[in-house]
Write a protein that binds this ligand. Structure first.
Ligand code: GLU
Length: 304
């Protein structure tokens, strides 16, 4: 395998990111908002250094990307702080989205050569198997069942299953507190699988999207929403008068980048990017989740 990357500007990229964080004091903004415009004649620019002369020989995914001259990335778009689309401005923000942009830049692709595709939890493996997307970055837990169909780079983030309840409800500290009650989660997600397999006395409501669960909670139709606490913290920040996070972490969820099974060249490339790019990881975290109260360090990637 022969592969070269030009990431000479990696330190500059981190500095630019940090500068953007300082400008925006934690409020997510679109890429380029803090850096583009002045010198580029209004041209969109990204705050990641875009690699040049990238060669990933033996990566079918990279071959497809080069062929169409565009990266297609699967994401979430209703998870504030992680993967979010502001439908009014068209801005995509969040930790996962910026991780996705960082990977694209490392492959030589700037924001204007990225197509983001929203894909719900239940449809991720199929989208990757079908080749509908080049990779997926969206609160996607690495597990053996999924690894039968796809591969993961990472992990790049660690959280765990948590609970979101009405702001005026009594705090809970165990999933069993919801025996006989209704808990909502997304179809195909690890939290709904956990409830169904291990908590038979909890009633479940499922939707494709967590935002539909949160709406049901606000409307008093369900007693709690359960998914990764990092996701729930984003909703609690979005609707502070209506909902709150309660209890601890009930599982460990390691987020990975979903990609085509057998594309070891791309998987290794992303794992090396994460391993070498601790400053950038930190800057992405600080920008998107720095004021969230989430305290987490970059996890070590799997051996590669
Ligand atoms: N991390 C969990 C999963 O991958 C829950 C979040 C999600 O559905 O994206 O299933």
């Amino acid at each position: 395998m022969r592969r070269t990357r030009t990431l000479a500007g990696i330190g500059i990229a981190a500095t630019a990111l940090l500068a953007l964080t300082a400008c925006n004091s934690g409020s997510p903004s679109s890429p380029g908002a803090g850096t583009g415009g002045e010198e580029g004649g209004g041209e969109e620019s990204t705050w990641f250094e875009v690699a040049t002369d990238v060669q990933l020989e033996g990566s079918p995914t990279f071959d497809a990307i080069k062929e169409r001259d565009k990266v297609v990335i699967g994401v979430k778009e209703d998870q504030p702080g992680l993967g979010y689309l502001d439908v009014t401005s068209g801005d995509r923000t969040g930790f996962d989205v910026d991780i996705a942009r960082w990977i694209a830049a490392s492959l030589g692709y700037d924001e204007d050569k990225i197509e983001f595709k929203p894909i719900a939890s239940a449809n991720r493996e199929q989208a990757i198997v079908n080749g509908d997307i080049d990779y997926y970055v969206g609160t996607y837990s690495i597990n053996d069942k999924r690894k039968e169909l796809i591969d993961f780079a990472g992990p790049y983030f660690v959280t765990g299953q948590g609970l979101l309840i009405a702001a005026d409800a009594e705090d809970a500290d165990a999933l069993e507190d919801f025996n006989g009650k209704t808990v909502c989660s997304a179809t195909g997600s690890t939290p709904i699988q956990n409830i169904k397999a291990n908590f038979p006395d909890i009633k479940t409501q499922e939707y494709d999207l967590y935002s539909a669960c949160v709406q049901d909670l606000i409307d008093g139709k369900v007693d709690a929403v359960t998914t990764d606490q990092a996701i729930l913290i984003g909703y609690a920040a979005q609707y502070p008068d209506d909902v709150k996070v309660t209890g601890g972490l009930f599982t460990e969820e390691n987020y990975g980048v979903g990609l085509a099974k057998g594309d070891d060249v791309l998987r290794t490339h992303i794992n090396e990017l994460f391993t070498d790019g601790g400053d950038i990881w930190q800057a992405i975290f600080d920008k998107n989740l720095g004021s969230s109260g989430i305290e987490v360090e970059q996890p070590a990637v799997d051996a590669y």
